[in-house]
Design a protein around this ligand. Structure first.
Ligand SMILES: [Zn+2]
Length: 333
């Protein structure tokens, strides 16, 4: 288990280097723009001087209104000129502004004395990066979800086609992310492999992260392994610090992928119950994805777990043909 204070220091360092990199990138860009259009540098100097005068005027109440208006007009026209000069030279006029990853804290990690959500997320990611977090790649987003991989043929005995089913599931997922701040839904995805459960979990995770919430995304085996490690390896001193179990309870969204692939024992069962139950009480959403059927869940897990999951979760069944095979086949064509 990583030492908390070490991780904290690492995260502080991460934010420091993030800003240093942004600033050096900006410096480079500025040199590039100045070299191509020296007028931009002049304009910036003129704006800076006008800014000082404006500040003086603000203190001195005797400045005639006419002068203030004139100054503002000069300032505006210089800004407009700068944009024009840059555009003419083929630069994006915004390229001299820092493009913050987090608009809330401007990549400082803090809002006043308070940790920003991006800081908390980084803390969780760094603490478990090697062991636990499932990485979400950039192409795992709703825009890349292709419903056409699902068949529109309704199989005998089914009430709808896989495609119609996915349309419903997709709209539940979109609804979930849209109303994340208000509604505290829990989702259960179940069904055979290769039907897009993990992909949809990632899409949701990405969207919720982008909204500035913290997400912990793990597979069931990794989850229980980490709990076990912490439970049996923690020293007494560490016991008093915040640990993995606290993180599991404090993140805004917990995603447990592949439930049922863990080595099931009474230990994992009781841990699972604790996690799900406490999060339910605290109205903190969970998404579970599993290849098990509802019957399997009932057989494998205790009655109290099953009743929590079936009773408190939006249960969604994935069915149809393994789309990984369909994709492979269509690429080969
Ligand atoms: Zn932030």
């Amino acid at each position: 288990m990583p030492d908390r204070s070490d991780v904290y220091k690492q995260v502080i360092k991460y934010f420091d280097s993030l800003r240093t990199n942004e600033q050096s990138h900006l410096r480079q860009k500025r040199e590039e723009v100045y070299a191509a259009c020296p007028r931009v540098r002049q304009i910036e100097n003129e704006i800076a001087i006008l800014g000082i005068t404006a500040a003086k005027n603000a203190i001195d109440s005797k400045t005639p209104t006419k002068d203030i208006v004139e100054l503002k007009e000069k300032m505006d026209s210089l800004k407009a000129e700068k944009i024009q000069v840059m555009k003419n030279a083929g630069f994006d006029p915004d390229c001299l502004n820092i493009n913050y990853k987090c608009e809330k804290c401007h990549d400082t990690g803090f809002i006043g004395q308070r940790e920003c959500s991006c800081f908390t997320q980084k803390l969780v990611e760094m603490a478990y990066s090697s062991s636990n977090m499932r990485e979400i790649t950039a192409d795992e987003n709703f825009d890349n979800f292709n419903i056409n991989y699902y068949s529109s043929q309704t199989a005998q005995g089914d009430i709808m086609s896989p495609k119609e089913n996915m349309q419903i599931i997709l709209s539940v997922c979109l609804e979930f992310t849209k109303n994340f701040s208000k509604k505290k839904d829990n989702l259960l995805f179940y069904g055979g492999p290769g039907l897009g459960k993990t992909f949809l979990c990632s899409c949701i995770a990405r969207e919720i992260l982008d909204k500035g919430y913290t997400v912990f995304y793990t597979t069931a085996p990794q989850l229980f392994k980490t709990i076990e490690k912490e439970r049996f390896n923690r020293s007494q001193e560490e016991e008093s610090q915040t640990g993995f179990s606290d993180d599991l309870q404090s993140v805004d969204l917990l995603i447990i992928d592949d439930l049922g692939t863990e080595f099931n024992t009474s230990f994992t069962s009781s841990e699972l119950f604790d996690i799900l139950n406490t999060r339910l009480i605290n109205k903190k959403p969970v998404i579970i994805s599993t290849n098990l059927s509802v019957n399997d869940i009932q057989n494998i897990y205790s009655e109290r777990i099953t009743s929590r999951i079936i009773g408190e979760y939006k249960v969604m069944k994935f069915f149809g043909k393994d789309i990984r095979l369909i994709k492979k086949y269509s690429y080969n064509k």
